[in-house]
Design a protein around this ligand. Structure first.
Ligand code: FES
Length: 197
């Protein structure tokens, strides 16, 4: 399967395809107006409006970027350069579960490569980091600011820290079975770096 076919497959699997007119609802327009009103210029609202678009459509297809640009009276290129700078903005569809595994120094010294290889093998990920069923996508990312409790990964919006192969298995098995995930919580106190009991 080519990369393009895989992308379409992922979109179809998870309803991420942007079909029909790409436009805001009246309610969303009012919400965006309230966001823009917080900033001195419309341009300053690029990131929160991009984030809102990503929440709605799952990823930032070019038509969505053009809508954000039109919404803020900017050129598409101005919005594109922001979207491409930050890895939190998705330029292609991902699985329902986006696993961002930190591989920067602290986590690397604590075994990040071993954990990442375990995830790759367990989920049988392809060269783009996607599982065969399109449910999971793995990305290696730089420091996510949980350096004292590595190895760590972020799954969608939540952090999972002090990872072991066993802990990863529990989390991924719950996801694969669509069971509730273990409740993520800080493993280490952010000021004292002592375990949270
Ligand atoms: S080095 Fe991994 S979270 Fe900072």
């Amino acid at each position: 399967m080519s990369h393009d076919q895989k992308s379409i497959h992922l979109r179809d699997m998870h309803g991420l395809t942007v079909r029909g007119p790409v436009e805001w609802t009246e309610e969303e327009k009012a919400e965006i107006a309230a966001i823009v009103a917080k900033y001195p210029t419309q341009r300053s609202a690029i990131m929160p409006v991009l984030w809102k678009a990503q929440r709605k459509w799952g990823w930032l297809q070019f038509d969505v970027l053009k809508l954000v640009a039109a919404t803020l009276s900017l050129k598409p290129s101005e919005v594109l350069e922001v979207a491409t700078f930050y890895t939190m903005f998705k330029k292609e569809p991902t699985g329902r579960y986006l696993i961002q595994a930190c591989h920067t120094l602290s986590c690397a010294l604590l075994g990040a490569d071993r954990i990442i290889r375990h995830i790759e093998q367990k989920l049988q990920l392809d060269e783009h980091g996607n599982s065969p069923d399109g449910k999971f996508t793995l990305m290696r990312v730089e420091c996510l600011a949980a350096c004292g409790s590595g190895p760590m990964m972020q799954i969608n919006d939540d952090f999972y820290e002090l990872l072991t192969e066993q802990k990863v298995d529990e989390i991924l098995d719950a996801m694969a079975a669509d069971r509730p995930l273990p409740v993520p919580r800080p493993e280490v106190d952010q000021w004292t770096y002592t375990p949270v009991s």
